[in-house]
Design a protein. Structure first.
Length: 304
């Protein structure tokens, strides 16, 4: 297949952050998190980048990152639109929330023709993660069944914030390093230094800090694209809250695993994740970036 593509999901609203966190500067020269992600991805071998954005932030996003990449890699943009729906469906009255991560990839159906990695724009994943993804995707194939996918997993304890709760896909992994199942825990936080999650806001369940979790860092072959539209239609037909329900990648992957239509190789990394879920996270991210620069992992002026 062709050289792998990096797909960056940057259309989120950032309601808990209280602003457009995708382009909030955190580096010494105004770099944003995605600057460092793209820098790591290019070093790993990626040469094609697709940014998924909302129409109203397209120009801002291009000015902050796209223009820096001219001559470094091929860049394209996909607009994630609320009205991009399968035939027979319309946007529910009052809906303003994007449809979710699986819909974001569905929006890329006309530009993806090679194995592709998927990341969030506001998450710092670490350079080892991009190397793992690229090395797997260059040999991935859609020949035969099941589909050949992968996922970079992190230790839960290395993905938490002290500023509030987070959502994480907690994974069960087999002895052969393939994903068995993934449970989306939408409210995990540190309580007395221990990770716990709740489903109802009252009852809390402890979870190991060493549990493998998904941070929406996936590797797929183009076969996923053909699976997204019919599943999106089924999602729209049965959703319980038309204004809030999201069509999510982990849930699509979970369905494919149950149906034995795909298998997902889990690629564990010891990297420290960090991100800006909350505005209070920003100083910590700035400190982490400063420390990595001092260690020589990144140059002080990233793109000079």
């Amino acid at each position: 297949m062709s050289n792998p593509t990096l797909v960056v999901m940057a259309a989120g609203i950032g309601s808990r952050y209280g602003g457009l966190k995708q382009i909030d500067p955190i580096g010494p020269n105004g770099e944003i998190i995605i600057d460092y992600s793209i820098y790591d991805a290019l070093r790993a071998g990626f040469a094609n980048v697709v940014f998924i954005v909302r129409d109203e932030i397209r120009k801002q996003f291009s000015a902050h990152i796209g223009e820096k990449l001219v001559g470094r890699c091929d860049v394209s943009y996909v607009i994630q639109r609320l009205d991009d729906l399968p035939g027979g469906y319309a946007v529910p009255e009052g809906r303003s929330k994007p449809w979710g991560t699986a819909h974001a990839i569905y929006a890329c159906r006309d530009v993806i023709d090679a194995p592709f990695a998927v990341i969030n724009a506001d998450d710092f994943y670490g350079r080892d993660a991009y190397r793992l993804l690229y090395d797997y995707l260059v040999q991935a194939s859609d020949d035969g069944a099941p589909y050949d996918y992968c996922m970079v997993s992190y230790l839960l304890g290395k993905t938490l914030t002290k500023s509030g709760y987070v959502a994480r896909g907690v994974c069960t992994v087999g002895d052969d390093d393939y994903l068995i199942e993934i449970h989306e825990r939408k409210h995990i936080e540190l309580l007395n230094g221990e990770p716990r999650y709740t489903e109802d806001g009252e009852n809390w369940v402890s979870v190991s800090p060493d549990a493998p979790v998904s941070m929406n860092m996936w590797g797929f072959t183009p076969s996923l694209i053909s699976e997204l539209e019919p599943r999106f239609g089924r999602f729209l037909a049965v959703m319980s809250d038309p204004n809030k329900d999201e069509y999510l990648l982990p849930e699509v992957v979970g369905e494919l695993l149950i149906e034995k239509r795909a298998r997902v190789k889990v690629l564990p990394t010891q990297e420290q994740w960090f991100g800006v879920t909350y505005r209070e996270d920003r100083p910590r991210v700035q400190e982490e970036i400063r420390a990595l620069i001092e260690k020589g992992i990144y140059p002080r002026d990233l793109w000079k």
